[in-house]
Design a protein around this ligand. Structure first.
Ligand code: SF4
Length: 179
């Protein structure tokens, strides 16, 4: 009985340390990399989950990479009423408004749900340059892409990421698995 009482916390500690070691080793994740150039083929529609648009405010028709029925990222024709994970809104086209009387509730909702939390999902090497594929914490999550130049500007200006921090991120990312 005494042995059991001692063994349970020791086992629990072992699980916590094993999870921490796994996390720090980077073995628990692998970045997804979709390349245009590897075999000369464009990124496939399946890789970026090309599908009918869920919301009228976000679809190929108002994506910055959509030019007269042609997608610059996938290098093929697409349907204006579809969408893919690499969607990026055109600048100057806000898709929602908040009434003045709703501003407090809007703020409270964001504080509660933290929809600004972003997860980096993949890097896309495309005809329009490198894109960073992002997933937020909406229910369900939304996916979209950021041009690398925008990503650098946004993270260095708004998030004030420093060169040292970026170098640290790069160092952390070296030798990690890429599939
Ligand atoms: S990047 Fe995706 S959302 Fe944008 S036009 Fe191409 S297929 Fe549509």
């Amino acid at each position: 009985m005494n042995f059991l009482l001692l063994a349970i916390p020791i086992l629990a500690l072992g699980v916590i340390y094993a999870a921490k070691a796994l996390r720090e080793s980077g073995a628990e994740y692998a970045m997804t990399l979709y390349r245009l150039t590897e075999d000369g083929k464009a990124i496939s529609k399946e890789q970026v989950r090309y599908r009918p648009a869920e919301f009228p405010t976000a679809s190929c028709g108002n994506c910055r990479y959509f030019v007269q029925g042609y997608c610059q990222v996938l290098d093929t024709n697409v349907d204006a009423n579809y969408i893919c994970d690499a969607w990026q809104g055109k600048s100057g086209e806000p898709s929602y408004a908040v009434a003045p009387e709703d501003m407090v509730a809007f703020g409270q909702g964001m504080v509660k749900l933290q929809p600004y939390q972003h997860k980096v999902v993949a890097m896309l090497d495309t005809p329009v340059g490198w894109l960073v594929l992002i997933e937020d914490t909406m229910r369900p999550p939304h996916r979209f892409s950021l041009p690398f130049s925008f990503h650098v500007e946004h993270t260095s200006r708004e998030h004030y990421w420093t060169q040292e921090e970026v170098d640290w991120l790069i160092k952390e990312g070296q030798n990690k698995e890429v599939r």
